[in-house]
Design a protein around this ligand. Structure first.
Ligand code: FES
Length: 113
């Protein structure tokens, strides 16, 4: 893992997009935060906090579509861009900027939104 600084924005390289099966997520440590990174069907990636604020469920193991992840424990649902909980008026998770380079390298911002 290496860091890349672009202006004031620090991005952390977490690996290659091939490491995350399409339609699934994996948890990574990014600047001391646990971040769940998801590989969407269109090839893009999304990143949100890995720990569900309801009761600590592992969001990287949740089901996703192109817009949300559903916590595998009790079904709370989080927007993959904003981190907002959309089904139960629950607390939001942090959302992180994530991108895939041309060679498949995935980088995640070190600070959540
Ligand atoms: S721990 Fe995630 S919905 Fe309860």
């Amino acid at each position: 893992m290496s860091d890349l600084r672009v202006g004031r924005c620090e991005r952390v390289e977490i690996g290659n997009v091939r490491d995350i099966p399409v339609g699934e997520g994996r948890a990574y440590a990014v600047a001391e935060e646990q971040v769940a990174v998801f590989h969407l069907r269109d090839g893009s990636v999304r990143a949100v906090g890995a720990i569900c604020p309801h009761r600590g469920g592992p969001l990287a193991d949740g089901l996703i579509d192109d817009a949300v992840v559903v916590c595998p424990l009790h079904g709370y649902t989080y927007d993959l861009i904003t981190g907002t909980e959309t089904a139960n008026d629950g607390a939001a998770v942090c959302a992180y900027d994530a991108q895939v380079d041309a060679d498949g390298t995935v980088r995640v911002s070190a600070r959540g939104r």
